[in-house]
Write a protein that binds this ligand. Sequence first.
Ligand code: NDP
Length: 290
Amino acid sequence: MIILDGKKSSQSVKDELILQVKQLKEEGRRVPHLAAILVGNNGASETYVASKVKNCSEIGFRSSLIRFDVDVSEDELLEAIIKLNNDDAIDGILVQLPLPKHISEQKVIETISPKKDVDGFHPINAGKLVQGMPTFIPATPYGMMLMFEYFNIETKGKNAVVIGRSNIVGRPMSILLSGNHQFGNCTVTICHSHTKNLEAICSNADILVSAIGNPGMIKANMIKQGAVVIDVGITRVEDATALKGFRIKGDVDFDDVATKASAITPVPGGVGLMTIAGLLKNTMQAYLNK
Ligand code: NDP
């Protein structure tokens, strides 16, 4: 059994980007610049954005963090996005989700220029993904593809099961795995909360991707012997013995499932790190597209 260590695979992506940045600097060109918008002070969102900004600086990208109070109006937020759309010095824009209830996430996503949409959530980019056109792939599924590439996971002809059908993880991942490209060509089943016989469906998966948000739900009895198991889930579970008062848990009961899987991602230290790698690659691509 191998552990699909996101530290190794994300470092490999970052090393490649570091070289690209070095070359840009040698040529006297500016470096890619990511703008991140954070509304309010949700603990998990703060952590994610801080990590994205830190990773930008580690590889030599510029980044700007634009913060708004939780009660910012939708108009004010949309205006800020439009300003970034029109700023030639900005290559990529991300708005950390979730947003407060009074702001329409859909409106926000659709206001970001598709050319700067490095999260890949804009309907134009989502449509291109469905049609197999070059586009910004949402960072988490893109990160998983980069992980498959790094660990050379064979996907062709395999049965893949994706649990979760969100626009940011499950749905695009199912499209990528079924696509006609090197780390696609799977026969894909997509599951959700109305799926019947989830256990039987999962037991037939050569590749299982779980993006639910239900800690420890995936047990060994749902796993085919030798399956590749990718755990996207991230849930903060209260734990008084932990320094921060909580621990990060994935969907997969790691110790149980590891007895049957041929390869498995840890949480933390797996897909989360690859999400950032995907975002950084998209930001470089947005820069190069100019
Ligand atoms: P959503 O809540 O949007 O989607 C969850 C999906 O799981 C839904 O499609 C839901 O079905 C399905 N689901 C819920 N319960 C069950 C069940 N009992 N059986 C089968 N399917 C079920 O979440 P996201 O896609 O945004 O995120 C999923 C998880 O991944 C979360 O833990 C999130 O924190 C994490 N995440 C991790 C990232 C990373 O970088 N590692 C990045 C993004 C997310 P239905 O559609 O019917 O409601």
